[in-house]
Each structure stands twice: as C-alpha cells, then as structure tokens.
Design a protein around this ligand. Structure first.
Ligand code: PMV
Length: 318
C-alpha cells in the first residue's frame, strides 16, 4: 500500500530561534509565519517487508532530484519512527520525498518536509490501525517533535506558534506575493538545529524572548491596522536581531553574504525612493525573502527584473 501527502514551507516574520526544551522543540519565544503555498514538499510512504525504514528520492513532476546527507536521512527516518511509536505501528516503509525548491539553504525545506512526512505517516498509521485521523492541531504537535517550525506549516496563510499553542491567526494580507532572491544555493554550514543551541551563548540572548514577544505584539497590531510600512520595519529589526544572535554567539557564526547585503540595500532604496516597498526577511541562510501586497504586482515585476539583470542572481518567483 502507498500513501502520499504534501505540505508547504512557511516564512517566519517573528523568528523561532532558541529552545526551552530541545527534545520536544519547545520554543524560547512565540513566532508568526506566512505560509508559502507554492514552496512544497511531497512525501510518499510505501509499506514493505524490509527490516527497517529506508529513504529514497521521489520523482515527482518537475521537482529537482533530492540528495540528502546521511545525517538528514537519519533525522527524517527518526521522525517517522516517532510518529509510528505514537500510533504503535510496527510496519516498515520506503519513504520517498521531493521538494519543488532548493533544500538546506535557508529556504525552510525542513518545515515543509517534516510537515509532509508527519501528514503522510499519520495517514498510513491510522489507515493500518483503522483508526480516525487526529486533528490538524495534534498532527502539528507531532510534527513539531521532528522540526519545530514545521508545526506552522499546518495552518494558512498566517500561523502563530506560542508555547503549546499553534493556530491559524486571522490577519489582513491573505494573498501576499513572495519572491526569494537566492544569493547562494549551497548547503548551510551551520544547520538551524545547531543555531538554536549556539545562540544561547550570546549575551543578546538574555533578553531575546522579551524582544521577540514585544515585536510580535506590535507586528500583529500593525498588520491589523494595515500599516504595511511599520510592519516592514518590525520584520526588518527582527531578522537582524536573529542574525545578531548568530554573530555574537561564542564562537560567532553567520549566514550573511555580500549578495544578501546588496539585496537588502536595494530594498532600502526602493522604500526611500518610492515611500513603499516589500517586507524583507532572512532565515538561517544568506537568501533574502521578499513579501509584496497583492496591489504591488508592478513593483514585484520590476524588482524581479532588476535583481536578475543587475546582480545576476537567481530569482525564484511564483
Ligand atoms: O524548525 P527549525 O529547527 O529548522 O528552525 C527554523 C528556524 C528559522 O527558520 C531560522 C526561524 C523560523 O522561525 O522559521
């Protein structure tokens, strides 16, 4: 028997960085994300009679063939085992997965792939045990055990993850345009799992949760009031705060590249010259994510053209 599921990536505007409990991925602070429905992971499970679960790349439409490092495969299969344990499932599976975007370079592929794996594993275990599929909330909580940020991918378009609570949150701007300027598509040298641990050595981490919580409150308010510019400033401050944690950890590490700074500078110039612009943010990688309101289509098209020609950067837009 075979099962299949897909799940989207999500982009945090208030970041999850640092854990209270690394085992169950309890975050140090609440986070808010926008779900990127066009960036998806696809996972297939096939029941088989081997002695253990195995992973293979999935050939799926126009997805690039996925290559996972042995450590990434182990982490993926360990999460499958965790879901199987939850449902007392003893069966073994061939797990096949694919992404329709680049993996491992700060484009949130762990969120979408763990969310898709959780969904399909829940489906398979419940089917085999002839029991009802649990609620989306319960599935999100299970997914959180594999990759914290993946729990937000179960809710769209806006997801709020705070302590034990994960839920969709009703905010304006339900149809944002998204562009990610890929400055560097190479795999990250420091994984986000390791970043979560290492930031706690920064002196800036002492007040980090309070800053993030305060920004979250302000951001939600600004979005509710349709104050796009004020929202963009909060999001800007927030990703720089996270990158400052990286650079002030002991030993310091970082993801910012010359190209990232060029893109951010170009975004700042757009805001200065036009009095309007996109929301910019970065995850644990050098690539820059831009969100535009649906009435900013022209700016979106102009910037896409500008980044591709002037900076010879790969721009992915959907
Ligand atoms: O879920 P993880 O452990 O890959 O953490 C993701 C952390 C960031 O992407 C950097 C921020 C976030 O909130 O998504």
């Amino acid at each position: 028997m075979k099962w299949f599921a897909q799940a989207p990536a999500n982009l945090a505007l208030i970041k999850y960085m640092g854990k209270l409990d690394p085992k169950s991925n309890i975050p140090s602070n609440a986070s808010l994300s926008y779900t990127l429905d066009h960036l998806c992971s696809f996972v297939e499970l096939e029941q088989y009679d081997g002695a253990e679960d195995i992973w293979q790349p999935l050939e799926y439409h126009d997805c690039v063939a996925l290559e996972l490092a042995p450590a990434a495969i182990s982490r993926f299969l360990a999460h499958l085992q965790c879901v199987k344990n939850y449902f007392n499932c003893d069966d073994h599976f061939i797990v096949r997965s694919a992404n329709n975007f680049l993996s491992d370079c700060g484009l949130a592929s762990s969120a979408s792939s763990f969310a898709a794996l959780t969904k399909v594993a829940v489906m398979a275990c419940c089917d085999l045990a002839k029991r009802e599929v649990p609620t989306i909330y319960e599935q999100a909580k299970l997914s959180q055990l594999g990759s914290g940020s993946s729990c937000r991918s179960f809710f769209t378009p806006w997801a709020l993850w705070s302590g034990n609570e994960i839920a969709a949150v009703d905010l304006p701007y339900q149809n944002l345009l998204h562009m990610v300027v890929v400055v560097d598509a190479l795999a990250k040298k420091v994984s986000s799992s390791s970043a979560h641990q290492r930031v706690s050595s920064s002196l800036l981490f002492i007040d980090r949760a309070a800053r993030a919580e305060q920004r979250l409150e302000h951001l939600v308010h600004k979005l509710q009031m349709h104050e796009w510019e004020a929202a963009s400033v909060i999001v800007w401050q927030e990703f720089w705060d996270m990158h400052a944690l990286f650079e002030t950890a002991t030993p310091p590490f970082g993801y910012m590249a010359p190209g990232s700074l060029q893109i951010l500078q170009a975004v700042r110039e757009v805001w200065c010259s036009q009095g309007d612009g996109p929301i910019a943010t970065m995850d644990a990688g050098p690539n820059v994510h831009l969100l535009f309101r649906s009435d900013q289509q022209k700016l979106y098209d102009d910037l896409k053209l500008y980044f591709v020609t002037d900076y010879e950067l790969l721009s992915m837009s959907f």
